[in-house]
Design a protein around this ligand. Structure first.
Ligand SMILES: Nc1ncnc2c1ncn2[C@@H]1O[C@H](COP(=O)(O)OP(=O)(O)OP(=O)(O)O)[C@@H](O)[C@H]1O
Length: 762
């Protein structure tokens, strides 16, 4: 028997033993789950029988409350145990399919023998609960597997560094308990497991990478020192993957201290959210909160004011005529992204402490209860050392009091009486019963009057309620007017085109629609006036595709999440929004001058084959530093067509050719949504293709048509770049968009161009 064959047999034998142990543990757990479930059901059913309810005397009430509390605590504890056992059972089930993926033999300094350490998605103890049969990939010792090849190695523990010698590093492919692959590092130079994983089809759901995490990714996953970790990683270098495994790692590391709902991920769009939603559950963890900045803006602005979304802004910049209006808009977009503009707002807020706040009349049925002028007087009558938000609170309390007094008077008005007469029988009876409550034995002669009074009060209150809610929401501040005033007031703004920008913005605000670039500044200003509704609970914030946020937005996030450590990941070569063109992004070190920040860089790209990466390297400056992972494939192709008919035929032909490859996902990528719609009209008769737009919430298998900016962060088996002509892609703002599109495929990339192909690939 060869040595290799022997190893294989021994490992298969060990897998069998481990599987037996898993089965054994599952059996024991099932019993426990069953018992606890029985207890929970019993407790729920008999909840009221087991508490002593006695409300006669004060002491009895206290006793009853205590007894209720005890019973509820018992139930809560049992329910938690049930969930805990159930989760363990699920982990064991997952382990049964693939108990572990790696092994290192590590001899600690001074020891004679090496310990065999097997690494999987969860830990498993032996029968006597003494030794680890499998270590969780997040355990300190598991780091050895990711960080070293055989030779001297070390890992960190809370007690300090452990040094020693790694004698063996082995990777496994196990499917349903059968050993399918075994690779020893040192014997094979290439990472075969990674080759195998990356050679598979792209998926509509991102997969976990725990079996093949690379050293530099492991650093990001486990890093836990500074408040800010900033990761600049080239396309396909595993930024999103690292972010998600990092969440899983932190949940493990701080188990019992931090929950998934104290972590939040901001991602580019809902489709991306659905793309990554499976990774954490696959690792046996709950998902963190996931959102998009668009969702946040929607929530904040509700129906108060309409605003343009980021994609509409981009669509405008990529498709509109480049006249003076366009140029001013572009300058405005770029200026408003900056911290200089934040300074302008900060100084405006200082002025507002003394003058300039604009309020709304508080009205009820056409009558003014408190006029904007009165509010203004009251506000500026308060001491000016009191902060604006505190003064606003005082104003709200004062208005509410005025409303109360007004309500009392209003009850005598004719309209109230009319409403009473119009009351439905049901409503009337409800109020009537209220009047009767507790007075069955009393013979009251004034019942009618009392009844009328209660009815009148109920009616006025009903109409007053929404007004009160608005006051509590501080909607008596005329935010739009205050923001607009920023563009009409006399103010020294150090920007050569400020006048034109201000004029344009002012004009736009009159239509009651905020430009996208004004939304963050608007919300920031609002927070300075109303007080910040910060997310104090969030302990870890993840910003993916961070290059698309502005420096202003970064400051906004810092203010919004005061207690959060931030992991900020992105690629400046994929910055597709105009505000970040040749300007700082949240990936720029200069934005963290006074704060503790760790910058990490990922240069190795895993998504695409080597020929595709070699091709895309040429598109962006500095691309020569990108290192391809060595996976073979066909070189990208470029086809030039003379007219649309030829272009369409060529694209359709390629789509048909690719049917043989049985790919799961093929994307035809266009520059904009407008072009995607046009392409759809041209292609829909010949191929079965789905058009995706910004409202698409899930990413499904098949052939899709998508604008480049929506394809951010996701990947496909093959990509057809629709009309990669020089006419389409020649401005600097289009370079990164083109690069983003070309870096989406795993296996094939084909470019089609109407006329001369883009200069970016020359
Ligand atoms: N260590 C790894 N093991 C296995 N697959 C990996 C690894 N790192 C990255 N990948 C794969 O490479 C692809 C790209 O990863 P990911 O989407 O996380 O990269 P990214 O840096 O966020 O990309 P982009 O900026 O282009 O959106 C994914 O298919 C991911 O599974």
């Amino acid at each position: 028997m060869t040595e290799k064959h022997e190893d294989w047999q021994l490992e298969q034998q060990r897998i069998n033993n481990v599987l037996d142990e898993i089965e054994h543990k599952k059996e024991k757990l099932r019993e426990k789950v069953g018992d606890v479930k029985g207890e929970v059901i019993g407790l729920r059913e008999n909840f009221w029988e087991d508490v002593t309810v006695n409300l006669d005397e004060h002491d009895d009430v206290v006793e009853t409350v205590n007894s209720l509390k005890q019973q509820a605590e018992l139930l809560g504890e049992r329910e938690r145990s049930h969930k805990h056992f159930y989760d363990q059972l699920k982990t064991l089930q997952r382990m049964q399919k693939n108990p572990y993926f790696g092994r290192v033999d590590f001899r600690e300094g001074g020891d004679k023998e090496a310990e065999e350490i097997y690494i999987g998605v969860g830990s498993l103890m032996d029968q006597n609960d003494e030794d680890f049969l499998i270590y969780d990939w997040r355990a300190p010792i598991s780091s050895l597997y990711y960080d070293y090849s055989p030779g001297p190695a070390e890992y960190e523990t809370p007690e300090g560094t452990i040094e020693g010698e790694m004698e063996l590093k082995r990777q496994f492919i196990i499917r349903d308990g059968d050993l399918k692959g075994l690779f020893d590092t040192g014997v094979t130079i290439m990472d075969e497991l990674l080759q195998e994983v990356l050679g598979n089809n792209a998926n509509t759901q991102m997969k976990s990478i725990v079996a093949t995490i690379q050293k530099e990714q492991n650093q990001i996953i486990r890093y836990d020192q500074s408040k800010y970790v900033v990761v600049q990683g080239v396309a396909g270098s595993g930024k999103t993957s690292a972010a998600l495994q990092r969440v899983a790692y932190l949940l493990y590391r701080y188990r019992g201290k931090i929950d998934a709902d104290q972590m939040m991920l901001f991602s580019p769009n809902p489709m991306f959210n659905s793309y990554v939603a499976n990774v954490l559950p696959e690792l046996g963890e709950e998902n963190m909160e996931q959102t998009t900045f668009q969702e946040y803006m929607d929530k904040r602005l509700e129906s108060r004011i309409e605003f343009e979304d980021a994609y509409t802004q981009l669509e405008y910049l990529l498709t509109a005529k480049q006249d003076d209006y366009y140029k001013t808009r572009l300058q405005g977009i770029r200026f408003k992204a900056n911290l200089a503009y934040k300074d302008v707002i900060d100084s405006y807020v200082q002025d507002l402490e003394l003058e300039g706040m604009i309020f709304r009349n508080v009205k009820f049925r056409g009558k003014t209860i408190v006029s904007s002028h009165e509010i203004h007087e009251y506000f500026y009558g308060l001491e000016d050392y009191i902060t604006i938000p505190n003064r606003i609170e005082m104003v709200a309390a004062w208005i509410l009091k005025r409303l109360e007094a007004f309500s009392r008077k209003e009850r005598d008005e004719d309209w109230v009486e009319e409403e009473i007469e119009m009351l439905s029988k049901e409503d009337y009876l409800k109020i009537y019963h209220k009047v009767q409550e507790g007075r069955e034995n009393e013979d009251r002669f004034d019942d009618y009057i009392r009844e009328q009074a209660i009815l009148a009060k109920a009616i006025v209150n009903k109409y007053m309620k929404p007004i009160k809610r608005k006051i509590k929401d501080f909607q008596f501040i005329n935010m739009t007017a205050i923001y607009r005033n920023l563009f009409t007031r006399d103010q020294d703004v150090a920007h050569e085109s400020w006048k034109a920008i201000a004029e344009q913005t002012n004009e736009q605000l009159q239509t009651n629609l905020l430009f996208h670039e004004d939304v963050t500044p608007f919300l920031y200003l609002e927070d300075q006036l109303k007080g910040i509704h910060s997310y104090n609970k969030t302990r870890y914030l993840f910003l993916d595709e961070a290059q698309d946020y502005s420096p202003f937005q970064l400051e906004f996030f810092k203010q919004l999440f005061p207690n959060a450590r931030m992991t900020i990941l992105g690629d400046y070569n994929q910055a597709i929004y105009a505000h970040n063109l040749n300007a700082p992004t949240p990936l720029s070190e200069e934005l963290y001058q006074d704060e503790k920040m760790e910058k990490m860089t990922l240069l190795r790209s895993y998504r695409s084959t080597r020929p595709i990466i070699e091709f895309t390297k040429g598109i962006v400056p500095g691309g020569e530093d990108i290192e391809p992972f060595n996976r073979e494939g066909d070189a990208p192709t470029v086809t030039v067509a003379e007219d649309w008919a030829e272009h369409t035929d060529a694209v359709v032909g390629k789509i048909h050719d690719m049917e043989e490859e049985s790919y799961d996902t093929v994307a035809v990528i266009c520059k904009t949504a407008k072009e995607a719609r046009e392409a759809y009209e041209r292609l829909k008769h010949d191929v079965d293709i789905r058009l995706m737009d910004k409202d698409t919430y899930t990413f499904e298998k098949g052939l899709i048509l998508i604008p480049a900016y929506l394809a951010k962060g996701i990947e496909f088996d093959a990509v057809i770049l629709y009309n990669a002509s020089d006419e389409e892609y020649h401005q600097e703002i289009e370079r990164n968009l083109f690069y983003t599109a070309c870096t989406r495929p795993m296996h094939e990339l084909h470019l089609f161009s109407l006329g001369k192909v883009t200069r970016f690939i020359e």
